[in-house]
Design a protein around this ligand. Structure first.
Ligand SMILES: [Zn+2]
Length: 584
């Protein structure tokens, strides 16, 4: 097994003649596509549609392959200057396609019988979903000139405000026990085994927001007002409507999910109170102990042991998945260990032209590192399931993006919990699972509530830092109930989270993803092997259907609260198990 991933299937280096040839081919393709876009007014609709789609297919595959190579090299080694400069050169070439793509879209949406043309053509009919999405978006288009002006103004508007927020939070220093440390360092101490460390870090973190809260409040107000204005100009009812449209998801689905979450919140509070008691607190858990470790994690495992464990678990589920995991380990799809200059965290990158994925990990032998591998291999499996789609049908919306990854996590975590030998081990595993899902349910809910309240108020008034803190505390009280100690909440989460200063409502898709895959897992537990082909077909459908139609493939109605309840019930069962262990 190789420790580092193998990129040779892409290129053997930047001096590889295939790389140079592909780069030249890309440049020529880009100019041909731009030239084609200029002739659109004179072409026959059907011919133009087919040519335009074929050219964009070619572009997608070639650009994907070419840009993946320097990007992956950079991820594995940030000091790889050649890779950095090639990323820039390739992006430069690709930026020239933006105008032509817009021109094609507008031309296509102007064709009167577009829907019929696409549906009745053997080649184009695979793109029915793509074109219907294009038509839907076109309803909200501002027109070329207005869109250009808006894009330019954003540079000095919301983009600039967002950068200011990023600058303030990345340069802020917390005074932790007399040492000046940055925000992420002080926040990381929330995982420390020593309670006094966690408490001091929490106090230092909160104190450090004082100095930056006012400019952050200005940034938040400006960004949210810009969002409201652009929604109004685009003819959307509200920012939420715009988000749902872009996520290919219905309002009824969101409501059904949130209502089911509301029903189950008290169960999460029960977990938080049990954890509080375990750590020696009266009543609710203080915020600073949300991430406190509980129990004892298992001994470190090697990559080989992780491989064997994953193969054993996946073998009980599906052969295709197991075979892919084998290939991933044996054929150099994974870059395993942390190294100097390598980026942190983990990700999975699809290389469409190869029909393969590459996974970057920072494996450290903990059980959470094994779960992370399972998670990323889930993304790789999702990519595998959609590989036979046409090249432009490979994108999926954020709510369904984490389906296969979280599903894999469920498979592995449940097996690990079942196999744990001691009470301490079992507690550690269950608690780490509950810690994560509590973030996705309670915290995400509080963020959603907060953001909704900010949008509700923004048109009428400017909200200063104190008001935003009040909204935050209110949202936390509603979402965490008596599970948390109300005297020790976190009024400044709105300063901390980048999401409020970027894409809107970047919160409920997390809850959707986590619950959707848990609901699927619950169905797998009920149906056994019969569920597997449905699951794979569902993953295949994610790129060519709305969230609701995707779920229908497995017989699920997302607008029915019962489905969301079934997902939440699996967590509730875990919480019962945790409470029992905590009392023992
Ligand atoms: Zn993921």
């Amino acid at each position: 097994m190789n420790e580092v991933w193998n990129l040779d299937k892409l290129y053997h280096g930047f001096d590889d003649p295939t790389f140079s040839a592909d780069f030249e081919a890309l440049k020529s393709l880009v100019s041909r596509f731009s030239a084609f876009a200029e002739t659109l007014k004179d072409v026959q609709p059907l011919d133009g549609l087919k040519t335009g789609v074929r050219m964009q297919e070619e572009l997608t595959l070639l650009a994907g392959k070419l840009s993946a190579y320097p990007r992956l090299r950079n991820a594995a080694n940030s000091k790889d200057q050649e890779a950095t400069s090639w990323t820039g050169r390739i992006q430069g070439v690709l930026s020239n396609t933006a105008g032509a793509r817009t021109a094609f879209r507008q031309w296509a949406c102007g064709i009167e019988n577009l829907v019929d043309l696409v549906r009745d053509d053997d080649f184009l009919k695979d793109y029915e979903f793509l074109f219907s999405g294009m038509l839907e978006m076109a309803k909200h288009n501002l027109g070329v000139e207005a869109a250009t002006v808006a894009a330019k103004m954003r540079m000095s508007g919301s983009n600039a405000w967002s950068r200011l927020h990023g600058y303030l939070t990345s340069t802020a220093r917390a005074d932790y026990r007399g040492r000046q440390i940055n925000l992420s360092a002080v926040r990381n101490l929330a995982h420390d085994p020593d309670m006094q460390v966690r408490k001091d870090a929490y106090e230092a973190e909160l104190a450090c927001y004082e100095a930056i809260k006012d400019p952050c409040a200005h940034a938040m107000n400006a960004i949210k007002l810009e969002t409201i204005s652009s929604c109004q100009l685009g003819g959307y009812e509200s920012p939420l409507e715009m988000t749902l449209k872009r996520a290919d998801m219905k309002r009824e689905t969101l409501d059904a999910m949130l209502e089911a979450m509301d029903e189950y919140l008290p169960k999460f509070w029960q977990y938080l109170k049990a954890k509080a008691k375990l750590l020696g607190h009266e009543g609710g858990l203080p915020w600073y102990d949300l991430f406190a470790p509980v129990g004892k994690d298992t001994a470190a495992v090697s990559v080989e042991e992780a491989r064997d464990f994953l193969l054993e678990q996946f073998a009980t589920f599906d052969k295709e998945l197991t075979d892919m995991v084998c290939r991933a380990f044996d054929e150099g799809w994974i870059d395993f260990y942390p190294r100097d200059g390598k980026r942190g965290g983990a990700f999975c990158s699809s290389i469409q032209a190869l029909g393969e994925s590459r996974i970057l990990a920072n494996f450290d032998g903990t059980s959470s590192a094994v779960t992370t591998l399972a998670h990323e291999l889930g993304h790789a499996f999702h990519n595998l399931c959609i590989r036979s789609h046409r090249p432009l049908n490979h994108g999926y919306s954020m709510p369904v993006a984490e389906t296969a990854s979280t599903f894999n996590e469920c498979v592995v975590m449940n097996a690990a919990i079942a196999a744990a030998q001691t009470r301490e081990e079992k507690m550690a595993l269950i608690e780490s699972q509950l810690q994560k899902i509590t973030q996705v349910i309670c915290d995400i809910y509080s963020r959603y509530r907060f953001e909704a309240k900010v949008f509700e108020n923004r048109e009428e008034r400017f909200m200063d830092a104190d008001t935003l803190c009040e909204f935050m505390i209110e949202a936390q009280k509603q979402s965490y109930g008596d599970g948390l100690d109300h005297a020790l909440l976190h009024p400044y989460m709105w300063v901390n989270k980048q999401h409020y200063y970027g894409p809107i409502y970047y919160n409920f898709p997390y809850a959707f993803g986590a619950l959707f895959s848990r609901g699927l897992y619950a169905q797998y537990e009920r149906e056994g092997a019969a569920f597997v082909p449905k699951y794979k077909k569902l993953l295949y459908t994610t790129t060519v259907a709305t969230a609701e139609d995707t779920a229908k493939v497995a017989g699920i109605d997302l607008t029915d609260k019962e489905f969301w309840r079934s997902a939440l019930q699996t967590v509730a069962d875990r919480i019962d198990q945790f409470c029992l262990l905590a009392q023992a």
